[in-house]
Design a protein around this ligand. Structure first.
Ligand code: CUA
Length: 193
């Protein structure tokens, strides 16, 4: 009698077996999702040449303002001898330097930035230009702005009581206008509008 209690009546489905089958199905679904995510990581890592976190470029915060790439006179937009456009910027509580950044439309632009005090970040308007700026590390990425116009560039990492007032402007000029204003060895400044 006691064994008969745990057995289903003849003709009824075995609920225990059904539960095991269902759990096994879900286990395969979870395994498939994990396999898909790993495959996506491998694909984007290789195909999009995404940089793993091991790519670190450091800079000395104590001498940032005094010498090297991020001294004040070297900040802003420059066009190299090879025609490459580079923007260098520094974030600090609660502003970006420079306050207005000028870039060309339809050309690759490389951003190089760092922070002097705490973690900041920025996003340029509705574009995909987006990075964190971390003290002692150089953040870098290359992007192309599809069309001319002015964009706001707010800080998007909470950095203190002045965070919400921390932003800069990005002026995207037509490529011809930008290149006409570019002089070798000089920084470009925004056009008064
Ligand atoms: Cu800087 Cu938020």
């Amino acid at each position: 009698m006691s064994t008969a209690a745990s057995m289903p009546p003849a003709g009824e489905p075995d609920s225990h077996a059904i539960a095991i089958a269902a759990e096994r199905r879900w286990a395969w679904v979870v395994i498939a999702i994990m396999a898909l995510l790993v495959a996506m990581m491998i694909f984007t890592g290789l195909h999009w040449a995404a940089m793993p976190p091991s790519r670190v470029e450091t800079v000395d915060v104590k001498t940032l303002h005094l010498k090297g790439e991020f001294v004040e006179s070297n900040l802003g937009t420059s066009v190299g001898a090879d025609g490459k456009v580079t923007v260098r910027l520094v974030a600090q509580q609660y502003s970006f330097q420079p306050q207005c950044i000028v870039v060309p439309a339809g050309m690759p632009v490389t951003f190089r930035g760092t922070s002097t005090d705490t973690i900041h970040g920025f996003v340029v308007g509705t574009t995909n230009a987006n990075t964190m700026l971390i003290p002692a590390f150089v953040s870098t990425f290359t992007t192309t702005f599809p069309k001319a116009g002015e964009q706001l560039m707010p800080c998007h990492e909470y950095c203190g009581t002045g965070h919400e007032a921390m932003w800069a402007r990005v002026q995207v000029l037509p490529a011809a206008e930008f290149m006409a204003r570019a002089k070798p060895g000089e920084r470009l400044s925004c056009v008064p509008r």
